[in-house]
Design a protein around this ligand. Sequence first.
Ligand code: ZN
Length: 333
Amino acid sequence: MVSYKELGLVNTKEMFAKAIKGGYAIPAFNFNNMEQLQAIIKAAAETKSPVILQVSKGARNYANQTLLRYMAQGAVEYAKELGWEKPQICLHLDHGDSFETCKSCVDFGFSSVMIDGSHLPYEENIALTKKVVEYAHAHDVTVEAELGVLAGVEDEVSAAESHYTKPEEVVDFATRTGCDSLAISIGTSHGAYKFTREQCTVDPQTGKLVPPPLAFNILDAIMEQLPGFPIVLHGSSSVPQEYVDIINQYGGKLPDAVGIPEEQLRKAAESAVCKINIDSDSRLAFTAAVRKVFAEKPGEFDPRKYCGPARDLMTELYKHKIINVLGSNGKAE
Ligand SMILES: [Zn+2]
């Protein structure tokens, strides 16, 4: 049993309270390897932005949970070395799927966990979330829960209203579970293919796909029900066209990849949305940089020579998100 406090990490309580008051959002970036972690910490340290490091099930399978936790601990020290005297770094379990997974993360030094019971019937979601909250709160670890199902390409129905979080449920859910933040569904979705061609309109000038707008009416209704309560958006990559173009130019094949426009996320960040999850965009940046090196220097075989440029491009991406989309720069001086 180790407390995150001994590792120099923080939970999300104060981060979120300040973010809601200040009209910005905290970046939640997923990490799977050293280059990604270096890029996240460098971007956060240089912009003095609080940051949430997210570990998904996929990341735990790929990189090993133990290793990732020690990397996060190392990240705190690295941040200090970069001149960030009081780093505000949260280590968060993304999409925890059971009480046992959440408990093991709490016991192991995570400062925040998500329990995702959104696929369960309502009452079961409440019971599971409540159980995690009771355990986590006993260790001063914050808990994110989810209500509503993220719409996306996977769904049979195209972004139907029925998938969205029901505003009439949020007070009951938050009160009975005691969760610290709530992930909602208002039209974001996971991955680089968030919408099908049929769900989009086509910009007559550029011929590019324009995704349907986020359901701000539902967000407004939720905020009215739960004033000042921290709201989380998953699946909020924007799928920058410049990265998609580089990937396709150098032999990749990503037709019709579409994300959430950044101006919509900026608008969300100014509201009670205080955590925005971004994963796919950094995957795209990494891939774009690596493909470019491979195409231009086919003789290159030193991983540092292609992972290095990938790290640089991800750092640039993270800084852009922090400064221009989330507005969290300078909030962790
Ligand atoms: Zn998610």
